[in-house]
Design a protein around this ligand. Sequence first.
Ligand SMILES: NC(=O)c1ccc[n+]([C@@H]2O[C@H](COP(=O)([O-])OP(=O)(O)OC[C@H]3O[C@@H](n4cnc5c(N)ncnc54)[C@H](OP(=O)(O)O)[C@@H]3O)[C@@H](O)[C@H]2O)c1
Length: 329
Amino acid sequence: MNPFKAVVVERDEEKRQSVSLRTLTEADLMEGDVTLRVSHSSVNYKDGLAVTGKLPVVRRWPMVPGVDVSAEVISSADPLFKPGDQVILNGWGVGEAHLGGWSEIMRVKGDWLIKRPAELSAYDCAAIGTAGYTAMLSLMAIESYGLKPADGAAVVTGAAGGVGSISLMLLKNAGWHVIATTGKLSEADHLRHLGAEEVIDRAELSGPAKPLAKERWVTGIDNVGSHTLANVLSMTKGEGAIVACGNAQGMDLPSSVAPFILRGVALIGINSVTVPRAKREIAWARLAKEIDLAKLHLNTRKVSLDGAIEAGRAIAEGKIKGRVVVEVQ
Ligand SMILES: NC(=O)c1ccc[n+]([C@@H]2O[C@H](COP(=O)([O-])OP(=O)(O)OC[C@H]3O[C@@H](n4cnc5c(N)ncnc54)[C@H](OP(=O)(O)O)[C@@H]3O)[C@@H](O)[C@H]2O)c1
């Protein structure tokens, strides 16, 4: 195998972190039964945390970030895959505990892979990435809970971000009246184009929450946590349910039990990282049918492997709009 390029995050003896584009060899690859030639990855909030060290997501040093992978199989000891297969990978600790997708070559467990849906290109799958797959898992959770668009509106927090922007598209496509909250009010027209009927300033939800407030929505996808999620819960209609999938404002949840015991509101958690393959395949099959590719492309920009480092720093500071695809080769 020829040497290959990868973005590597390292730590010295004093735990000072550095990140650079490096040349690796086969000896650097980790254990696994499938070797991949990666064509595309993406920039997720978690990748930004790995690049900057803002939160300790990296559990193995050195690390290659990149929780999303679109790739071709080079060789496989897993009977489900053969050379030339087009595959995708999201999560499973890749970019945290196992070398990730910001690398021209990877070796992974076949159990982590699914075949790329025929309707989507490798670029499309990276543009959707963990963000869009998590947005779909969130929509599936809302539907499984039994809520329907006729029950009320759906709120999306962190709407200009990756999970948020794709949540707007998917909820709108499913018939929901969508309310977007954002700190980037200059992007209001873009968020309306993606699917928001209303756009509100995130500052309305950023401070300490009352136990109960005026009911504004019956469901929602929260990417932000902390005071924002507490406010979202306090404004949820009786018998509604909110899906928590992010922590961009903070890991805390300074709420009260009032929404749960006085309005029968439910809080549903999403962990996209270890979802079993069968459910992943359902989520990706729905994404292939329900995502509006024209809107997805409008919401996505590309960077090179080198450019991923700067984009990782920017996403950790909340400065990225929509999705960023890493063109790896
Ligand atoms: N549960 C899972 O399996 C799963 C999967 C993927 C991602 N996540 C999590 O979901 C969140 C979103 O991920 P992402 O990749 O979409 O990240 P992202 O693109 O950075 O989006 C996060 C958005 O949150 C908003 N935000 C940032 N800082 C904020 C603050 N201090 N207060 C309020 N809002 C703030 C911003 O939206 P506006 O500019 O519109 O305000 C930002 O664009 C992250 O916390 C990530 O770790 C979880």
